[in-house]
Design a protein around this ligand. Structure first.
Ligand code: KDG
Ligand code: MG
Length: 405
């Protein structure tokens, strides 16, 4: 079996997505998600110019060798552009492997470790009341875990909530230049514990609650927040500090028992090595697309499991349904699966382009039994939705200092 063609497809059904399609001489093809939010065309060019020519003629079932070839063979290792490109190729090859063997990818990884993949939904709002109304609705729908994010009073910008109450997908797909948001740590710290206090008062302790800090704090501030939130028993506090310096998490750990999660911008296991080895985190959030594909995710999962760290892959709207399905397979297999972020079923436009079946029951996504990843694309529909440049916002302190988004 040989690879005969590699297509790089860029489209914008409400937001930008980059998709790789790998075709073979036997008519079987596989697809992978190469979307890197706000830097989409860098990955598309990397794939078209530097990767596609090297794949023609290769055996698509030599998945590990192709991965090593693209990782070691380039000389330039790691980084989000490189690893997202490799990740998409790897996903497509696992998809081909599944189709050729007529098995779902989770089976090829080692089979089911569970009958369903527990997910967490997003309850966002511009006031505590609005967040709690949304939380109540998710609980009524059977969700077992919900992330709470709320606009911070008297702060310009929205911080992880729905700007102008627009659709979440639309929100991240239509910014021709980066908008700027303001950040004030004191306003945030004074407010967030109250959100969780009221959530627990109203809904009790059966529901798992989570929160994303979006890397806005320093380690000692994050430690303080973790302590303040202890009475509200979070499942995890995400990205409380950037992990560029991995020792920051050890500092947070010394002060709080609030579980910690990080990793959605990680690209390799090396980004998390020290965090995992020192057991400074509880959940690793690396995504299959940005982390180099299914092949390294399997290794990451095994390494994390040795250190009591559980998998909680990133699941924001900038991951296409292909990555969502790849996560479903990894999570169905991974013995140390923790939880999956899930923002819903996609818009009509997204579901016109991506064809997949996602079933949810009691707050859990059910394994996909289709061969391969269980997702397809409609290339004709893709042509209707042209790429449009779009950025994530940037964040500044009140005095103008550029801060972490
Ligand atoms: O591209 C960046 C988004 O995916 C990110 O802002 C979402 O932090 C995020 C999350 O946890 O879903
Ligand atoms: Mg996050």
């Amino acid at each position: 079996m040989k690879i005969t063609n590699v297509k790089v497809l860029v489209c914008r059904p409400g937001r930008n997505f980059v998709t790789v399609k790998i075709e073979t001489d036997e008519g079987v093809y596989g697809i992978g998600d190469a979307t890197l939010n706000g830097r989409e065309m860098a990955v598309a060019a990397y794939l078209e110019e530097h990767i596609a020519p090297c794949l023609i003629g290769k055996d698509p079932l030599q998945i590990e060798d192709v991965w090593q070839y693209l990782f070691k063979g380039a000389y330039w290792r790691k980084g989000p552009v490189t690893m997202t490109a490799i990740g998409a190729v790897d996903m497509a090859l696992w998809d081909i492997f599944g189709k050729v063997t007529n098995m779902p990818v989770y089976q090829l990884l080692g089979g089911k470790s569970r009958h369903g993949v527990t997910v967490y939904a997003h309850a966002n709002g511009e006031s505590i009341e609005e967040v709690l109304t949304n939380l109540g609705q998710f609980i009524d729908q059977g969700y077992k875990a919900v992330r709470l994010q709320c606009t911070i009073p008297n702060q310009k910008g929205t911080y992880g909530t729905l700007e102008g109450k627009k659709n979440y997908y639309e929100l991240q797909g239509n910014r021709p230049l980066p908008p700027e948001n303001e950040w004030c740590t004191r306003k945030y710290m004074n407010f967030i514990p109250e959100l969780f206090k009221q959530a627990r008062e109203q809904f009790g302790y059966d529901i798992e609650l989570l929160h994303d800090v979006h890397s806005r704090l320093t380690p000692i501030e994050a430690a303080k927040l973790g302590k303040m939130l202890e009475p509200y028993d979070l499942m995890f506090l995400e990205d409380s500090v950037t992990a560029d310096n991995q020792q920051g998490y050890a500092q947070i750990r010394q002060h709080t028992t609030t579980p910690l999660a990080v990793g959605e911008i990680f690209n390799t296991v090396w980004d998390a090595k020290e965090l995992i080895e020192t057991q400074s985190i509880d959940y690793i959030r690396t995504a299959v697309s940005h982390g180099g594909g299914i092949t390294p995710m399997r290794k990451l999962s095994d390494f994390a499991a040795m250190h009591h760290v559980r998998m909680a892959p990133h699941g924001a709207p900038d991951l296409s349904p292909i990555a969502t399905m790849a996560h479903l397979h990894i999570n169905t297999w991974a013995p140390n699966f923790g939880i999956q972020e899930f923002v819903g079923f996609g818009t009509d436009e997204i579901n016109e382009v991506f064809k997949y079946e996602l079933n949810i029951k009691n707050g859990m996504l059910l394994p996909s039994e289709a061969p391969g990843l269980g997702v397809d694309i409609d290339e004709e529909a893709m042509k209707k939705y042209e790429y449009k440049r779009s950025y994530l916002p940037v964040s500044r302190l009140e005095d103008g200092t550029l801060w972490n988004w």
